[in-house]
Design a protein around this ligand. Sequence first.
Ligand code: IMP
Length: 423
Amino acid sequence: MRKADVLLGLQWGDEGKGKVVDVLTPEYDAIARFQGGPNAGHTLEFNHEKHILHTIPSGIFHPDCLNLIGNGLVIDPVVFMEEAERLAAAGARVRENLVISVKAHLILPTHRLLDAASEQAKGNDKIGSTLKGIGPVYTDKTAREGLRTGDIQRDDFESIYRIHRDRHLAQLQQSDLSYDLEQLEKEWFEAIYYMRSFKMGHTDYLANNLLKDDKKILAEGAQGTLLDIDFGSYPFVTSSNTSCGGLCTGLGIPPNKVGRVIGISKAYCTRVGSGPFPTEQTDKTGIRLREQGHEFGSTTGRPRRCGWLDLVALRYAIMLNGVTELVITKADVLSGFDVLKIATSYRVNDELTDQVPYDLTSVSEPVYQEFPGWTSDISQIRHAHELPHEMKEYLRFIELHTGVPITLVSVGPDRAAMIRLTD
Ligand code: IMP
């Protein structure tokens, strides 16, 4: 029986996973999402057009690829409808090639309001949530009070909805948030009726049967390992398991059926929202990385915080996920820097450590190794032997200090801007 491969972000999200999935999709029969929801924004670029996906897997533009939305996802019907319509207009076979798990959870309009109220109440300590309702919907899921996509086929769906809504409204009474619930509900129910015409099913059986039939599945993670609810920089994290275990619980693939684990990391580091970020550069280096890398959130448009590559955090993410190969993205963004830096250890309480501490804010400073930069524009390079010597040295250092081979390097947003280093 075949094993499912998985592709995951190893940082704080935005590693460029959508593009890598899109490039790898021709090798696969099915692409599956297993956690997260509309907080994700996977960007794909081809034929000079940019497409952003929030809920639908990144294999949707390939006409023969099946796309699965696993049980671990949380779906906002309004976001889903807008996305499905947009993709269909761009020529994607959304109705034919997409199956939604009946066990995925639904984001209600009041989940979004609760998210906003929770952030408002936290003031300066806010998480910097995308305000898509992620925290409240996963809270309801674990409290065993959620609504699932399978419920939308029930005759009494509207009355069950009202029970959940009223429970949320009681919680919202403590906030001074203003909202027009009637309008939000109108849009939401319109989107629910729209979703009813899509294929829904048992993606757990479907995925396992595909493997039995020797079909190839690639599971596409959302967010990144450092945002994992258990292993991330808690409480500044998202509410799902973004690391490899999320594949087992969010799609129904057993651990012994996990094959390649493809880890994605930018050549530097970014973070959007609040929370500790040891290698963040708030000076002109950070501004330059943001400008050269166009580092603005694809879901919220917020400017991303930027800094040097953090090998302490990267090695932790590799360990947690069992990464078998690395893909380095946005390497072209580093062109033109005289000196590049990589953090190899942290100073915590005057001691050096190469482990991620319990509290990431306890890192007083990262210890850096410096590298000479390269001046040439590498965005048009397509073969490894043409890369500048300095860049090869930079990549070799990452391989050496993580013990994992780099198989692909991305040097631009387009599908074609990808260099294969090893098979
Ligand atoms: P939430 O998942 O919307 O609750 O946001 C929690 C934290 O995760 C915030 O710091 C967000 O900025 C961050 N986050 C959530 N989704 C993404 C993503 O897809 N990319 C990058 N950061 C994300």
